[in-house]
Ligand binder design. Sequence first.
Ligand code: ATP
Length: 354
Amino acid sequence: MATVDLKDVKKVYPSGFEAVKGVSIAVPDKELCVLVGPSGCGKSTLLRMIAGLETISSGTVAIDGKIVNSIGPTERDIAMVFQNYALYPHMKVYDNMAYGLRNRGTPKDEIDSRVRATAKVLELSALLDRRPRELSGGQRQRVAMGRAIVRNPRVFLFDEPLSNLDAKLRGQMRVEIKNLQRSLGVTSVYVTHDQLEAMTLADILVVMNAGLVEQMGAPLDIYEKPASTFVASFIGAPPMNLLPLSQGPAGPALADGKTIEFAPANAVTLGFRPEDADVTFGAGAPSGALILPAMVEAAEPVGAESFLHCAAGGNRIVVRVAGRATAKPGDQLRVVAKAEKLHWFDGAGRRLLE
Ligand code: ATP
């Protein structure tokens, strides 16, 4: 049983730079919390403060309800898995996994049974006599996981553990990590800048920007109801289309001056996801929908679907269509999005309406 609670955690580096500006997150027992955000948003700093590798300027970090601010990293009973694996190159896989236990003076027999049991779970049993250089990237990553698991810690921390792997392996390891975390039931905090990895792994997703939490919640809730234009454009690929609105005589209007009757009065930005629009070559105008005349600039087939990159009244938008796109560059068409699929944001970029 372990919970991780952060309360108004801040980090000011000696240079005076405030990398984390007051973050509160509660990770329930056995859940996987993913911190995601662009480079420099403070996610690694936050993880390192949980690990005890970085001092906490103010606020508290508690594990199982006990504040650990002044407790050293080794006493926090946390295991960390890094991007560069941090394996000892001259040691065999077995010894890499046994290292932490030996340091703690665990009896030899117990070390042996724990290492072998963990190796079995991770399908590393046949590789225990190899050295890291004799392993593939995925196998090395598994050894790094094994070294963390074998200690049976209360909390796992992952710092971009998959970013050195190629796309296919990353996808496989993502599933493995999720399954492993679930079956072991170890409370975890995972840092990544990859929004897809974040979406698929997280029980709780925390989107960070410039040292602050922009939004926190279940991944699909965040996808469906992004709290800000920042979140809307960070979560989802290709990102949500965001169009600026001006204030026309009869309410918010598009760049071509056309009023959108069903827009909230204070809407400054309109958003819709690439999959939430259809394209039509016809002239009929469905009521209660956004209709944008657009010109195709590029059609990008990716297999089961295609992305149409279009110019619409001075804006660039992307629409996802199923299968192969029949539209070609230069084609004029209309992009239609139902009113209930639209997102509205105010002048500060905050979401309007539910
Ligand atoms: P990335 O994905 O690039 O690793 P991140 O979100 O993990 O980014 P951090 O490493 O937490 O970001 O850094 C947050 C901010 O703090 C950055 O602007 C960084 O330049 C700054 N920073 C990090 N370490 C220090 C330090 N030791 N002294 C001063 N500033 C630092």
